[in-house]
Write a protein that binds this ligand. Structure first.
Ligand SMILES: C=C(O[C@@H]1C=C(C(=O)O)C=C[C@H]1O)C(=O)O
Length: 359
């Protein structure tokens, strides 16, 4: 067989495998449809992150046993998209995210909810919470912290003020580009971006003599790309997708100072997750004004064998509160006991599948 015939033969094989895959996926969707009907009767939550995780864990294991060619990321990429399409079949999902279109939060939303969901860009974190609260959207996606810039104050304030639940966390590697229509760095007179993005790229700016040009902070990196696309002599520090969205040529990629620059996002909604066996819980704690209370609280967690992964103090409306993450689900027996003891000081924000230890 010559090369041409060989290629044709292999492509025929692929075509018939694709046909079988399509049949199988449709078969799966018919079952999903029935699950949706049962949930509609019982009022059960459509999105069940812990069940999705269990499926991916199982498939990864089978794949290993059978020496499959896929790694976990590949299995996740394929199946998270199938799950997202499945959920849309059960009930179309509206997702509100901190916009504008092309923002990192938009990318985080798409990473979790896939191509078939409808996305609504909302211009403030408070707006995202409000839209979930009034049920205009089922899910909200907001940033909670960045590895270089710390906690996002607006998100903490809203978690404190609204009675919504964190149902998942998403962690994204954050990469910035310097994008501009200028041919040379020396032609750039102004750079637009978000204030925290300037901070994350400080060394790059210094190395290229760009800390002397005018740095103009605006509310989003994608908007920066839009402005730079229309203003001569200007540039934007923005994500790759933001530059593409506004047809702005990318001059440099990955200009962030730290090569492990990550942002963690929360997905918020109006329901609670069942335990998955690998959960994290976030709480806000406002202690009474009593000496030694923080030590006592932490000792109780320690005695109960609960691993705290984060503790950050924060001021909300003049009061000092703590944002705490720990391993485990709020319904685990040991966790329940400690939370009950401190019930007057603690607000449970949600238990969700743990994606990362800390950023
Ligand atoms: C089908 C279900 O609903 C959703 C879709 C899933 C899937 O496609 O397998 C899994 C969990 C849920 O997020 C289910 O709960 O089983």
């Amino acid at each position: 067989m010559n090369n041409e015939d060989g290629l044709l033969e292999l492509r025929n094989q692929l075509d018939s495998i694709d046909n079988e895959l399509l049949d199988l996926i449709n078969q799966r969707m018919r079952v999903v449809h029935k699950v949706g009907a049962l949930k509609a009767k019982s009022g059960g939550a459509i999105y069940r992150p812990e069940r999705e995780k269990a499926i991916i864990d199982r498939l990864e294991e089978i794949n290993k046993q059978k020496n499959g060619l896929l790694n976990r990321s590949a299995i996740e990429a394929l199946f998270l998209e199938i799950f997202a399409i499945s959920r849309n079949l059960e009930l179309p999902e509206n997702i509100g995210y901190l916009g504008p279109e092309g923002s990192f939060t938009h990318q985080a939303a798409e990473a979790r909810f896939g191509a078939m969901s409808s996305y609504i860009a909302i211009s403030s974190i408070k707006g995202v919470f409000r839209e979930v609260h009034t049920k205009k959207v089922k899910f909200g996606v907001v940033p909670i912290e960045n590895s270089s810039n710390g906690i996002v104050t607006d998100t903490i304030n809203c978690l404190s003020n609204y009675n919504l639940k964190i149902i998942a966390e998403v962690v994204l590697d954050i990469h910035h580009t310097l994008s501009t229509k200028c041919d040379k760095v020396s032609d750039i007179k102004k750079i637009y971006s978000k204030d925290i993005a300037f901070e994350q790229c400080r060394r790059f700016l210094t190395n290229f003599g760009l800390d002397e040009v005018e740095l103009i902070p605006i509310e989003s990196t994608t908007k920066a790309a839009k402005i730079a696309a229309n203003e001569e002599g200007s540039a934007a520090i923005c994500p790759h997708v933001g530059a593409k969205l506004h047809n702005l040529p990318i001059l440099f990629e990955n200009i962030e100072d730290k090569d492990n620059n990550k942002t963690r996002f929360f997905i918020i909604s109006d329901f609670e997750n069942a335990p998955s066996g690998n959960d994290k819980t976030s709480i806000l704690v406002k202690f009474p004004d009593r000496q030694g209370i923080l030590v006592e609280f932490l000792t109780d967690f320690n005695k109960a064998g609960i691993n705290l992964t984060k503790i950050k103090s924060h001021i909300v409306e003049g009061n000092s509160i703590f944002f705490i993450d720990f391993d485990g689900h709020k319904d685990d027996e040991n966790v329940k006991k400690v939370l009950q003891k401190h019930t007057n000081s603690v607000k449970v924000l949600g238990s969700y599948v743990k994606e990362i230890n800390d950023i």
